[in-house]
Design a protein around this ligand. Sequence first.
Ligand code: ATP
Ligand code: MG
Length: 326
Amino acid sequence: MTAIKVANLQKYFHIYKRQGGIFSALRSLFNRKKVDVKAVDNISFEIAQGELVGFIGPNGAGKTTTLKCLSGLLYPSSGTISVLGFTPFDRKTDYLKKISLVMGQKNQLYWDLPAMDTFKLNKEIYEIGDSEFAETLKQLTSLLDVADLVDVPTRQLSLGQRMKMELVASLIHKPKVLFLDEPTIGLDVVMQKAMRDFIADYNKKFAATVILTSHYMDDVKKLCKRLIIIDRGKLIYDGTLDKLVEKYADSKFISVEVQNRITEEALNQLGFLHSFEPPKAVFNVPRNKVNKFVSIILNKFKVEDLIIQEPEIEEIIRTVFNRGKS
Ligand SMILES: Nc1ncnc2c1ncn2[C@@H]1O[C@H](COP(=O)(O)OP(=O)(O)OP(=O)(O)O)[C@@H](O)[C@H]1O
Ligand SMILES: [Mg+2]
Protein backbone atom coordinates (compact mmCIF):
# COMPACT_ATOMS: atom_id res chain seq x y z
CA MET A 1 0.00 0.00 0.00
CA THR A 2 1.19 3.48 -0.84
CA ALA A 3 1.73 5.68 2.20
CA ILE A 4 3.20 8.76 0.57
CA LYS A 5 2.54 10.11 -2.87
CA VAL A 6 4.23 13.25 -4.10
CA ALA A 7 3.54 14.53 -7.60
CA ASN A 8 5.31 17.45 -9.28
CA LEU A 9 6.00 19.16 -5.99
CA GLN A 10 7.44 22.64 -6.24
CA LYS A 11 8.27 25.07 -3.50
CA TYR A 12 9.57 28.53 -4.28
CA PHE A 13 10.69 31.08 -1.77
CA HIS A 14 10.66 34.74 -2.68
CA ILE A 15 13.61 36.53 -1.27
CA TYR A 16 14.73 40.11 -1.61
CA LYS A 17 18.29 40.57 -2.62
CA ARG A 18 20.32 43.54 -1.57
CA GLN A 19 23.04 45.01 -3.66
CA GLY A 20 26.43 45.20 -1.98
CA GLY A 21 28.01 48.43 -0.75
CA ILE A 22 27.83 50.78 2.17
CA PHE A 23 24.48 52.29 1.34
CA SER A 24 22.93 49.03 0.31
CA ALA A 25 20.81 48.72 3.42
CA LEU A 26 19.32 52.12 2.81
CA ARG A 27 19.00 51.70 -0.90
CA SER A 28 17.43 48.30 -0.50
CA LEU A 29 14.46 49.95 1.17
CA PHE A 30 13.57 51.52 -2.13
CA ASN A 31 15.18 49.29 -4.61
CA ARG A 32 14.81 45.71 -3.58
CA LYS A 33 15.30 42.99 -6.09
CA LYS A 34 12.90 40.12 -5.80
CA VAL A 35 14.37 36.72 -6.54
CA ASP A 36 12.77 33.29 -6.63
CA VAL A 37 14.60 30.45 -4.92
CA LYS A 38 13.45 27.13 -6.28
CA ALA A 39 13.97 25.10 -3.13
CA VAL A 40 12.01 22.12 -4.50
CA ASP A 41 11.78 21.92 -8.25
CA ASN A 42 9.20 19.50 -9.59
CA ILE A 43 9.86 16.28 -7.73
CA SER A 44 7.68 13.17 -7.70
CA PHE A 45 7.96 9.91 -5.78
CA GLU A 46 5.89 7.28 -4.03
CA ILE A 47 6.70 5.45 -0.82
CA ALA A 48 5.01 2.26 0.32
CA GLN A 49 3.78 1.73 3.85
CA GLY A 50 6.54 0.40 6.08
CA GLU A 51 9.38 1.53 3.81
CA LEU A 52 12.46 3.24 5.24
CA VAL A 53 13.85 5.60 2.62
CA GLY A 54 17.01 7.70 2.74
CA PHE A 55 16.58 11.22 1.40
CA ILE A 56 19.93 12.72 0.65
CA GLY A 57 21.54 15.65 -1.08
CA PRO A 58 24.09 18.40 -0.44
CA ASN A 59 23.41 21.46 1.73
CA GLY A 60 20.57 23.53 0.36
CA ALA A 61 19.29 20.72 -1.88
CA GLY A 62 15.74 21.08 -0.61
CA LYS A 63 15.47 18.15 1.81
CA THR A 64 14.15 20.01 4.83
CA THR A 65 11.79 22.04 2.64
CA THR A 66 10.34 18.82 1.21
CA LEU A 67 9.89 17.30 4.68
CA LYS A 68 8.20 20.49 5.88
CA CYS A 69 5.78 20.30 2.94
CA LEU A 70 5.12 16.64 3.72
CA SER A 71 4.36 17.38 7.34
CA GLY A 72 2.13 20.31 6.48
CA LEU A 73 4.32 23.12 7.85
CA LEU A 74 4.77 24.64 4.41
CA TYR A 75 2.28 25.18 1.64
CA PRO A 76 3.61 23.94 -1.71
CA SER A 77 3.86 26.39 -4.61
CA SER A 78 2.42 23.70 -6.85
CA GLY A 79 1.99 19.96 -7.13
CA THR A 80 0.16 17.51 -4.91
CA ILE A 81 1.02 15.55 -1.79
CA SER A 82 -0.93 12.75 -0.23
CA VAL A 83 0.20 11.09 3.00
CA LEU A 84 -1.98 8.25 4.33
CA GLY A 85 -4.74 9.73 2.20
CA PHE A 86 -4.45 13.17 3.83
CA THR A 87 -3.38 16.43 2.24
CA PRO A 88 -0.74 17.57 4.75
CA PHE A 89 -1.27 21.33 4.67
CA ASP A 90 -4.92 20.91 5.70
CA ARG A 91 -3.31 20.12 9.08
CA LYS A 92 -6.25 18.04 10.22
CA THR A 93 -5.89 16.78 13.78
CA ASP A 94 -6.35 13.23 12.55
CA TYR A 95 -3.38 13.74 10.26
CA LEU A 96 -1.12 15.30 12.87
CA LYS A 97 -1.82 12.36 15.17
CA LYS A 98 -0.41 9.99 12.59
CA ILE A 99 2.86 11.72 11.72
CA SER A 100 5.91 13.24 13.32
CA LEU A 101 8.66 15.50 12.06
CA VAL A 102 11.85 15.15 14.07
CA MET A 103 14.57 17.69 13.44
CA GLY A 104 18.01 16.97 14.84
CA GLN A 105 18.71 20.67 15.24
CA LYS A 106 15.45 21.69 16.83
CA ASN A 107 14.06 20.84 20.20
CA GLN A 108 10.74 20.83 21.90
CA LEU A 109 11.83 19.89 25.44
CA TYR A 110 11.75 22.59 28.10
CA TRP A 111 15.22 23.33 29.38
CA ASP A 112 14.33 23.61 33.07
CA LEU A 113 11.79 20.81 33.22
CA PRO A 114 12.21 17.05 33.14
CA ALA A 115 11.40 15.37 29.82
CA MET A 116 8.42 13.72 31.53
CA ASP A 117 6.61 17.08 31.62
CA THR A 118 6.86 17.40 27.84
CA PHE A 119 5.71 13.82 27.39
CA LYS A 120 2.66 14.57 29.53
CA LEU A 121 1.94 17.72 27.58
CA ASN A 122 2.04 15.74 24.36
CA LYS A 123 -0.22 13.15 25.93
CA GLU A 124 -2.87 15.87 26.30
CA ILE A 125 -2.24 17.36 22.84
CA TYR A 126 -2.53 14.01 21.13
CA GLU A 127 -5.32 12.81 23.40
CA ILE A 128 -3.57 9.62 24.41
CA GLY A 129 -5.27 7.45 27.03
CA ASP A 130 -3.51 6.77 30.36
CA SER A 131 -2.72 3.12 29.82
CA GLU A 132 -1.63 3.57 26.23
CA PHE A 133 0.62 6.44 27.28
CA ALA A 134 2.20 4.37 30.02
CA GLU A 135 2.77 1.45 27.70
CA THR A 136 4.27 3.46 24.84
CA LEU A 137 6.45 5.41 27.23
CA LYS A 138 7.79 2.20 28.69
CA GLN A 139 8.44 0.76 25.25
CA LEU A 140 10.22 3.83 23.90
CA THR A 141 12.31 4.59 26.96
CA SER A 142 13.50 1.02 27.23
CA LEU A 143 14.31 0.81 23.51
CA LEU A 144 16.38 3.97 23.93
CA ASP A 145 17.69 3.05 27.36
CA VAL A 146 16.63 6.26 29.08
CA ALA A 147 13.90 5.03 31.43
CA ASP A 148 15.74 6.26 34.52
CA LEU A 149 16.30 9.75 33.12
CA VAL A 150 12.75 10.92 32.44
CA ASP A 151 12.55 12.92 35.67
CA VAL A 152 15.89 14.66 35.31
CA PRO A 153 15.73 18.32 34.18
CA THR A 154 16.62 18.57 30.50
CA ARG A 155 19.56 20.87 31.06
CA GLN A 156 21.33 18.16 33.05
CA LEU A 157 21.22 15.67 30.17
CA SER A 158 24.00 15.07 27.68
CA LEU A 159 23.39 15.92 24.03
CA GLY A 160 22.80 12.27 23.15
CA GLN A 161 20.45 11.71 26.07
CA ARG A 162 18.55 14.84 25.12
CA MET A 163 18.21 13.68 21.52
CA LYS A 164 16.76 10.42 22.78
CA MET A 165 14.23 12.28 24.92
CA GLU A 166 13.33 14.44 21.92
CA LEU A 167 12.61 11.24 20.04
CA VAL A 168 10.42 9.87 22.83
CA ALA A 169 8.50 13.17 22.88
CA SER A 170 8.07 13.04 19.10
CA LEU A 171 6.95 9.43 19.07
CA ILE A 172 4.76 9.18 22.15
CA HIS A 173 1.67 9.22 19.91
CA LYS A 174 3.10 6.30 17.89
CA PRO A 175 3.09 8.02 14.49
CA LYS A 176 2.66 5.80 11.47
CA VAL A 177 4.78 8.10 9.33
CA LEU A 178 8.06 9.56 10.50
CA PHE A 179 10.03 12.36 8.92
CA LEU A 180 13.51 12.35 10.41
CA ASP A 181 15.64 15.34 9.50
CA GLU A 182 19.24 14.60 10.46
CA PRO A 183 18.43 12.68 13.63
CA THR A 184 22.05 11.77 14.30
CA ILE A 185 23.63 15.19 13.80
CA GLY A 186 26.27 16.04 16.38
CA LEU A 187 26.15 12.66 18.11
CA ASP A 188 29.22 10.54 18.81
CA VAL A 189 29.59 7.25 16.94
CA VAL A 190 28.22 5.13 19.79
CA MET A 191 25.13 7.28 20.11
CA GLN A 192 24.72 7.38 16.32
CA LYS A 193 24.59 3.62 16.31
CA ALA A 194 22.06 3.57 19.16
CA MET A 195 19.87 5.99 17.17
CA ARG A 196 20.16 3.88 14.05
CA ASP A 197 19.24 0.70 15.87
CA PHE A 198 16.27 2.48 17.38
CA ILE A 199 15.06 3.81 14.02
CA ALA A 200 15.29 0.33 12.51
CA ASP A 201 13.42 -1.14 15.50
CA TYR A 202 10.70 1.49 15.40
CA ASN A 203 10.26 0.98 11.67
CA LYS A 204 9.73 -2.74 12.26
CA LYS A 205 7.79 -2.75 15.53
CA PHE A 206 5.27 -0.13 14.46
CA ALA A 207 5.31 -0.91 10.71
CA ALA A 208 6.03 2.78 10.31
CA THR A 209 6.94 4.53 7.08
CA VAL A 210 10.15 6.52 7.53
CA ILE A 211 11.92 9.16 5.47
CA LEU A 212 15.35 9.97 6.81
CA THR A 213 17.76 12.70 5.79
CA SER A 214 21.36 12.58 6.87
CA HIS A 215 24.79 13.74 5.84
CA TYR A 216 26.29 10.64 7.44
CA MET A 217 26.49 7.96 4.79
CA ASP A 218 26.71 5.33 7.52
CA ASP A 219 23.11 6.10 8.47
CA VAL A 220 22.01 5.55 4.92
CA LYS A 221 24.12 2.44 4.34
CA LYS A 222 22.94 0.75 7.51
CA LEU A 223 19.28 1.73 7.40
CA CYS A 224 17.99 2.35 3.92
CA LYS A 225 17.53 -0.04 1.04
CA ARG A 226 16.15 2.74 -1.08
CA LEU A 227 17.59 6.15 -1.70
CA ILE A 228 16.14 9.32 -3.11
CA ILE A 229 18.80 11.82 -4.05
CA ILE A 230 18.06 15.45 -4.72
CA ASP A 231 20.31 18.27 -5.79
CA ARG A 232 19.30 21.91 -6.14
CA GLY A 233 15.66 21.02 -5.80
CA LYS A 234 15.67 18.35 -8.48
CA LEU A 235 15.31 14.63 -8.03
CA ILE A 236 18.34 12.98 -9.57
CA TYR A 237 18.10 9.40 -8.34
CA ASP A 238 15.44 7.11 -6.92
CA GLY A 239 16.30 3.46 -6.43
CA THR A 240 18.24 0.97 -4.36
CA LEU A 241 21.70 1.61 -3.01
CA ASP A 242 22.97 -1.47 -4.87
CA LYS A 243 21.71 -0.17 -8.20
CA LEU A 244 23.25 3.21 -7.51
CA VAL A 245 26.63 1.57 -7.03
CA GLU A 246 26.18 -0.46 -10.21
CA LYS A 247 25.10 2.53 -12.22
CA TYR A 248 27.60 5.13 -11.12
CA ALA A 249 30.58 3.09 -10.03
CA ASP A 250 31.42 1.42 -13.29
CA SER A 251 34.81 0.23 -12.14
CA LYS A 252 36.46 -1.33 -9.12
CA PHE A 253 39.89 -0.81 -7.66
CA ILE A 254 42.10 -3.86 -7.49
CA SER A 255 45.17 -3.48 -5.38
CA VAL A 256 47.86 -6.09 -5.69
CA GLU A 257 51.05 -6.70 -3.80
CA VAL A 258 53.51 -8.48 -6.00
CA GLN A 259 56.39 -10.50 -4.66
CA ASN A 260 58.93 -10.66 -7.43
CA ARG A 261 60.53 -7.62 -8.90
CA ILE A 262 58.27 -6.11 -11.44
CA THR A 263 58.70 -3.16 -13.71
CA GLU A 264 56.07 -0.58 -14.26
CA GLU A 265 56.25 -1.47 -17.91
CA ALA A 266 55.15 -5.03 -17.31
CA LEU A 267 52.25 -3.83 -15.24
CA ASN A 268 51.32 -1.24 -17.80
CA GLN A 269 50.96 -3.92 -20.42
CA LEU A 270 48.04 -5.35 -18.47
CA GLY A 271 46.20 -2.09 -18.86
CA PHE A 272 44.12 -0.19 -16.26
CA LEU A 273 47.15 0.65 -14.12
CA HIS A 274 46.17 3.40 -11.73
CA SER A 275 49.27 3.75 -9.57
CA PHE A 276 52.39 1.83 -8.71
CA GLU A 277 54.37 2.15 -5.53
CA PRO A 278 56.45 -1.01 -5.28
CA PRO A 279 55.48 -3.53 -4.21
CA LYS A 280 51.90 -2.29 -4.44
CA ALA A 281 50.11 -1.76 -7.73
CA VAL A 282 46.57 -0.42 -7.99
CA PHE A 283 44.40 -1.02 -11.06
CA ASN A 284 41.12 0.62 -11.91
CA VAL A 285 39.23 -2.04 -13.79
CA PRO A 286 35.81 -1.88 -15.47
CA ARG A 287 33.23 -3.85 -13.52
CA ASN A 288 32.64 -6.47 -16.20
CA LYS A 289 36.33 -7.19 -16.64
CA VAL A 290 37.25 -7.69 -13.01
CA ASN A 291 37.09 -11.50 -12.93
CA LYS A 292 39.15 -11.94 -16.03
CA PHE A 293 41.68 -9.38 -14.90
CA VAL A 294 42.17 -11.07 -11.56
CA SER A 295 42.81 -14.45 -13.15
CA ILE A 296 45.36 -12.94 -15.53
CA ILE A 297 47.22 -11.30 -12.67
CA LEU A 298 47.25 -14.43 -10.55
CA ASN A 299 48.57 -16.38 -13.51
CA LYS A 300 51.30 -13.99 -14.46
CA PHE A 301 52.71 -12.86 -11.17
CA LYS A 302 53.49 -14.19 -7.80
CA VAL A 303 50.91 -12.32 -5.76
CA GLU A 304 51.26 -11.73 -2.01
CA ASP A 305 47.99 -9.97 -1.52
CA LEU A 306 45.04 -8.92 -3.62
CA ILE A 307 42.13 -6.70 -2.61
CA ILE A 308 39.11 -5.77 -4.69
CA GLN A 309 37.42 -2.61 -3.57
CA GLU A 310 34.09 -1.03 -4.36
CA PRO A 311 34.43 2.73 -4.36
CA GLU A 312 33.17 4.32 -1.14
CA ILE A 313 29.54 5.32 -1.21
CA GLU A 314 30.60 8.91 -0.44
CA GLU A 315 32.73 8.81 -3.56
CA ILE A 316 29.87 7.52 -5.69
CA ILE A 317 27.50 10.17 -4.46
CA ARG A 318 30.06 12.83 -5.24
CA THR A 319 30.19 11.43 -8.78
CA VAL A 320 26.42 11.61 -9.02
CA PHE A 321 26.42 15.29 -8.01
CA ASN A 322 29.28 16.15 -10.31
CA ARG A 323 27.58 14.53 -13.28
CA GLY A 324 24.48 16.52 -12.49
CA LYS A 325 26.48 19.70 -12.85
CA SER A 326 27.90 19.03 -16.30
N1 ATP B 1 12.22 30.18 4.70
C1 ATP B 1 13.03 30.28 3.63
N2 ATP B 1 13.12 31.43 2.95
C2 ATP B 1 13.90 31.56 1.86
N3 ATP B 1 14.68 30.58 1.38
C3 ATP B 1 14.65 29.40 2.03
C4 ATP B 1 13.83 29.18 3.19
N4 ATP B 1 14.02 27.91 3.61
C5 ATP B 1 14.90 27.36 2.76
N5 ATP B 1 15.29 28.23 1.81
C6 ATP B 1 16.21 27.98 0.70
O1 ATP B 1 15.76 26.82 0.02
C7 ATP B 1 16.84 25.99 -0.36
C8 ATP B 1 16.67 24.60 0.21
O2 ATP B 1 16.81 24.64 1.63
P1 ATP B 1 16.64 23.35 2.55
O3 ATP B 1 16.71 23.80 3.95
O4 ATP B 1 15.41 22.62 2.13
O5 ATP B 1 17.92 22.50 2.16
P2 ATP B 1 18.46 21.13 2.79
O6 ATP B 1 18.56 20.15 1.68
O7 ATP B 1 17.65 20.76 3.97
O8 ATP B 1 19.94 21.54 3.22
P3 ATP B 1 20.83 21.09 4.50
O9 ATP B 1 21.48 19.79 4.11
O10 ATP B 1 21.82 22.18 4.61
O11 ATP B 1 19.92 20.97 5.68
C9 ATP B 1 18.10 26.71 0.10
O12 ATP B 1 18.62 27.44 -0.98
C10 ATP B 1 17.60 27.65 1.19
O13 ATP B 1 18.40 28.78 1.27
MG1 MG C 1 18.06 20.52 6.00
